[in-house]
Write a protein that binds this ligand. Structure first.
Ligand code: KIV
Ligand code: NA
Length: 266
């Protein structure tokens, strides 16, 4: 079988079929999601706080995400794998964006890249698409700008911000983006953007009116420590599951219950 392509996602939008996207940061987890039929996997810079132990996404480097992306590609057969261009790796110029995207494609084998921003990254989107790189855009809350925004807040509230979001989405579509992530946007606005553009929207904290939904896998699976935002639905309790397994193993070792005869060689 072949991998999911941008054409498949365009067709899904035309036919009104919704789809799910998850982040993935390693080969084994990505393989589980691939076998579960998740069509699109994002090697997000959310690896910063969800895989690499940083505070946020800002410190994540191209080298790190290329390595994780290569693992996700190796661990999957069918999913489209998207590499997230990290902070500082595309903002300077279209040439910088192309150089970074080329690394993700050549060294990791991703099928597309994602970058954050509206009008300010249009030249980057155009240059990438012209060079043959499918681009997923990302507007609304853009976590790489957390230090300018002063925190993670809902985006697009109020008429002026809403109009800006809609015009950014249209401009990104015009520049050639094959899909647009809408992060932390009021549901009504996200639905309006989704209806007014022809490429699929991928919502996260953006209500039910987008064409697709994405969640950070560690949030979705209940592995993230502490609380998760209101928009997250936790489909498993992996933190408890793994903690229980580790405690049971340690207790068996301390008590001499493991290894027993059935786990020994003679
Ligand atoms: O890095 C990430 O996980 C993302 C998604 C939340 C869209 O950008
Ligand atoms: Na990201």
């Amino acid at each position: 079988g072949r991998r999911v392509t941008v054409r498949d996602l365009a067709k899904a939008k035309r036919e009104g079929e919704k789809w799910a996207m998850l982040t993935a940061y390693d080969a084994l987890t990505a393989g589980v999601f691939d076998e579960a039929g998740i069509p699109v996997l994002l090697v997000g810079d959310s690896a910063g706080n969800n895989h690499l132990g940083y505070e946020n996404t800002v410190p994540v480097t191209v080298d790190q995400l290329v390595m994780l992306s290569a693992a996700v590609v190796r661990g999957t057969k069918r999913a489209m794998v998207i590499g997230d261009l990290p902070f500082g790796s595309y903002q300077s110029s279209p040439a910088q964006a192309l150089e970074t995207a080329a690394r993700f494609m050549k060294e990791a084998g991703v099928g597309a890249v994602k970058l954050e921003g509206g009008r300010r990254v249009l030249p980057q989107v155009e240059a990438l698409v012209q060079a043959g790189v499918p681009v997923m855009a990302h507007i609304g809350l853009t976590p790489q700008s957390v230090n300018v925004l002063g925190g993670y807040r809902i985006a697009g509230r109020g008429d002026e911000e809403a109009e800006k979001l809609i015009s950014d989405a249209k401009a990104l579509q015009h520049a050639g983006a094959f899909a647009i992530v809408l992060e932390l946007v009021p549901a009504e606005l996200a639905a309006r953007v989704s209806a007014e553009i022809d490429v699929p929207t991928v919502g996260i904290g953006a209500g039910a009116g987008t064409d697709a939904q994405v969640l950070v896998w560690t949030d979705m699976a209940g592995l993230t420590p502490g609380g998760v935002p209101k928009f997250v639905k936790q489909y498993a309790d992996m933190r408890t599951l793994l903690g229980d397994a580790a405690r049971a193993f340690a207790s068996d070792v301390v008590n001499g219950a493991y290894p027993d005869e059935s786990h020994s060689y003679h």
